[in-house]
Design a protein around this ligand. Structure first.
Ligand SMILES: [Zn+2]
Ligand SMILES: [Zn+2]
Length: 359
């Protein structure tokens, strides 16, 4: 003991200054103070079916690197008085379930620089996430039925419609209920059974805004749980099977959709000058008779006030057709074949972009 009476000394070992913190010399401080506390083993849970990871009760898609970051942030406790803390780590996988995390950390406490190295073992446990639990139980909340009006869609058209669901799921935030329970072709359409009503509605809106058409929603009660009705949603989406300019049989007459409107189409009648607005629902009874791609455009050989003659490309002989109400002498005719007869069509704006099959 070399300290003078009344002079400062280490309260633990009596050493002379400099003293730090609670009046201890540097060796005594270093013996008692640790920069970080690191548990030996830390658990984490991965879904054995789909691989997503549980973080504080939430299932999330994260990379391994992010898992280690997360475990360090959650389990490594830094001394509350530490400043200028820097941390680096490396990992080594020792088995399927065990990964060692080597942590190097430095920081300043009471003016003393601390450098420490620790090893933490991350132990993975298998779990089953909510999505996989529900999927395994064939859980579903909603069915989306893809159908068409006007004509039956071909398989490729249904495939294209179905593909938009993947886009919608990708664009939405991670939600464990955004999954497909089952799906498949049915007579006249395609059905997709989904884990979430919200996903079904979002997809439905996406279909309407991208392809037009009509969405009908119905709910059925399937039981009660905790005093609340459990309902399931059915969304029937009808995509119009026609395009502008196609010939439709509608209300016993032939019409052509001239332009799209907010909730349907402006229909233009073929046998006389008449236009009318029709909603998607109105048009559910329409049938496509001749798509634009099946029209032909023919030169007139001779014409009088009501009838024109042209070369019929199906027989290579002359044929007659009643001229359309807006006919201008000598102009070409746009023709559709309907029930074995030719029908001359009046002009629409969309005809300019489509030459038809010229003959
Ligand atoms: Zn001491
Ligand atoms: Zn899972």
């Amino acid at each position: 003991m070399s300290s003078d009476l009344g002079g400062d000394f280490c309260v633990v070992c009596g050493a002379d200054p400099p003293l730090y913190g609670e009046r201890m010399c540097e060796p005594c401080v270093r013996k008692r103070v640790k920069l970080v506390k690191v548990p030996e083993n830390v658990p984490w849970v991965r879904c054995a079916r789909c691989g997503i990871v549980e973080i504080q009760g939430k299932w999330v898609h994260i990379s391994e690197e992010e898992i280690w970051d997360e475990l360090i942030q959650r389990h490594v406790v830094v001394h509350e008085q530490a400043s200028e803390v820097g941390l680096a780590f490396e990992t080594r996988r020792v088995s399927d379930r065990h990964t060692l995390i080597y942590i190097q950390v430095e920081g300043v406490i009471e003016g003393l620089l601390f450098k420490e190295e620790h090893t933490m073992r991350a132990r993975m446990a298998n779990g089953v996430c909510l999505t996989c639990t529900r999927r395994a139980g064939n859980y579903f909340e909603a069915t989306v039925q893809l159908r068409s009006t006007g004509r039956r869609l071909i398989e490729e058209e249904f495939t294209a419609l179905r593909a938009t669901l993947d886009t919608v799921i990708d664009e939405l935030a991670d939600d464990p209920m955004f999954f497909i329970t089952s799906e498949g072709a049915v007579t006249g359409g395609y059905d997709v059974v989904l884990g979430s009503k919200g996903l079904a509605r979002t997809w439905g809106r996406h279909l309407v805004s991208n392809y037009g058409g009509h969405l009908a929603e119905s709910n059925s009660t399937v039981g009660r749980k905790d005093g609340i009705d459990v309902t399931r949603l059915t969304l029937l989406y009808r995509k119009p099977g026609y395009d502008l300019g196609d010939v439709l049989r509608w209300r016993d007459k032939f019409w052509r959709p001239a332009t799209w409107s907010k909730d349907g189409a402006i229909m233009s009648r073929i046998d006389r000058q008449e236009r009318t607005g029709a909603t998607w629902r109105d048009l559910e009874s329409a049938n496509v008779i001749a798509q634009m791609k099946d029209h032909i455009v023919a030169d007139i050989i001779t014409e009088d006030s009501s009838v024109g003659e042209f070369l019929d490309p199906t027989t290579w002989s002359m044929a007659e057709v009643r001229l359309p109400w807006d006919h201008v002498a000598k102009e070409k005719l746009r023709l559709a074949r309907i029930d074995g007869e030719w029908l001359a069509l009046h002009k629409l704006g969309c005809d300019d972009d489509d030459e038809g099959k010229a003959v």
